[in-house]
Ligand binder design. Sequence first.
Ligand code: HEM
Ligand code: SF4
Length: 554
Amino acid sequence: MYKYDPIDQQIVNERVAQYRDQTRRYLAGELTDEEFRPLRLQNGLYIQRHAPMLRIAVPYGLMSSKQLRKLADIAKRYDRGYGHFSTRQNLQLNWPKLEDTPEILAELATVEMHAIQTSGNCIRNITTDQFAGIAPDEIIDPRAIAEIMRQWSTFHPEFALLPRKFKIAVSGTQQDRAIVQAHDIGLEFYKDAQGQMAIKVWVGGGLGRTPILGTVIREHLEWQHVLSYCEAVIRVYNIHGRRDNIYKARIKILVKALGIDDFRRQVDEEWAHLKDGPLTITQAELDRVAHYFEPMPYKTLPAHDASFDAAVACNPAFAAWVKRCVHAHRVPGYRAVTLSLKPHGKAPGDITSEQMHMVADLADAYSFGELRSSHEQNLILADVQLSDLFAVWEKARAAGLATPNIGLLTDIICCPGGDFCSLANAKSIPIAEAIQMQFDNLDYLYEIGDLELNISGCMNACGHHHVGHIGILGVDKDGSEWYQVTIGGKQGNDASIGTVIGPSFSAEEMPGVVKRLIEVYVRERSDEERFIDTVRRLGVAPFKAHVYAEKESA
Ligand code: HEM
Ligand code: SF4
C-alpha cells in the first residue's frame, strides 16, 4: 500500500498543529462557532446529535494492520470502544470529545492517517472495488491511479470550496463493484483495441434528494489525461454549479440542466487548455506509484488444498461461510475473505476495538498485514491461503465476524440515522436490527439468495437506499417516524434506481413488509432468478398488492 514520503508526513503533521491551535482558540472563546465550523469540517469533525462525529479517511479502503490497531486504540481511549465503517470506506467515531480531537488527529498522523477532506464541499475519499488488485475479473488494477488522484485532489487549491461535496469512484473490473454510476465522476478502466489502458468516464451520478445515475461523457480517455480531464469537468461544475440552492448544487443537476452534450462541449473547451500540460501523468510517475501496489509475495501453491476440501465436506457451518464470505482470487491457492460486520441484531458496519485488534492480528497472520473496507460496510482480508481458511474462520467466528450472510438480505447497508445523525428524519439502525432478527434463520436466507437491502434515515441517501434491491427511507410525517419502501434498485453495471411501492409504513410494520415482499418473490420467481430480476420482470404491482392487501386486512 502507499507509504507517506517526508512531504506527505510533514503536511499531515502541520495540519495537526494548525488544528490543535484552532481548537484551543475555540475552546478559549477566541473563535466563534461560525469561525470554527469550517476549520473543524476541513478536519472531518461534524457536530451531531449527542457528540461530535469524526470521519477518518481510509483512501480507497486500504489499511495496514498497524493502522487498524491505532484506530482500535483511538476508539477505546477517546470514544466508546467502537467505530463505524461507512459507505465511503471510511471509519466514523460517534462519540469523541471536541477537546480530544487534536490528540486523535496527532495519533492518526503517527500511522499515516488523517481526517482531511472527509467533509465539506471538496473532493471526498476516492473509493474503489474492495477486491482491487486480486479480483479474477479485473482488467486494470485501479489503485495506483486512485492514489495519484488522491494526491491531486487533497488540498486542490481550486476545488476546496465547490458548490457541493464531490465524490469520485474508480473501477477496473468487468463487474463494477464501486458503483461508478452513483458518483459525481465514475472512472471505469478498460483495455482498448490496442491493448492500452483507457478510461470510460461517467459524470453526474448521485443519490440523495434527486437520485440520478451517471451518463457517459467520454467513452475513451487515455489514462495519461485523467487528471487534466477531471480537472476540466470539475472546473465547469465549479463555475456553473448552483451555489444558490443546496438541493440543486450537485453536478448531477448541472449535467441534467445543460444536457450531456452541452456539458461535454464546455468540458472539452476547458480541457483544450489543460490537456498535455503539467497534469499529464507520465509512465514513470504511474510506475513509481504502482510500485507501492505490487503483488504481495505470494507462494506458488496448487489450485486445490486437500485439508480445505475435507473441512468443507465435513463441516456444514464452515462450508456455509466459505460459500458466502470467501471469494475468488487471481492467484492459485489464495482466496479473499469478507469479515461480516453484520451480525444479526447489531448496527451494520459497527466494529469494537477488540474486534479491530482481532482483525489486525488476522491480517498479520494470514494476509500480509493488510486489509480493506468495502462500501457495503464490511472488512476484507484479501490474500488468504486456502490451507489457512479454516483457522481464519475459527478465529473470526470466535470474534463474531463470521456471520455467513455476505450478499444476503441481512448484509444490510445502513446509515447511522436518528441514533446519531442530526439530519435524520427517522432511526435506521433499529430497523436494520429488527429485520435481521426477523430473518435470523440462515437456511431461509440462503433460500432467498442474493438480495441487497439498503436503509437511509433521510433523503440524503447515505445508506444508498435508491440502489438497493429493497430500499428503505426514513421519512417524517407529523413529527413521527415512517418508512418509505422502494424496490428494483441495483448497483453495478446494470444499475437502476428503485421505484416507490406506495404509502409509508410505521417502524413496527417494517420487518413484516420485508417479509411480504420476499413472499411474493419466492412465489413468483423462476429458477435461479434473483429478487432484482423478478422485480424487473414483474414490476412493482404484485409486490404492492401483497404488501398493502395485508395492511388493509390487518
Ligand atoms: C452522521 C453523520 C452524517 C452526516 C451529517 C451526513 C450528511 C450527509 C448529507 C447532508 C448528504 C446529502 C448529500 C447530498 O445532498 O447529495 C449525505 C449523503 C451521503 N452520505 Fe452522509 N452523512 C453522515 C453519515 C454518513 C455515513 C455513516 C455514510 C456511510 C455509511 C454516509 C455516506 C453518504 C453517501 C454515500 C451519501 C450519498 C451521496 C450521493 O451519492 O449523493 N454518510 N450525507
Ligand atoms: S441518510 Fe440522512 S440520516 Fe442517514 S446518515 Fe445520511 S444524512 Fe444522516
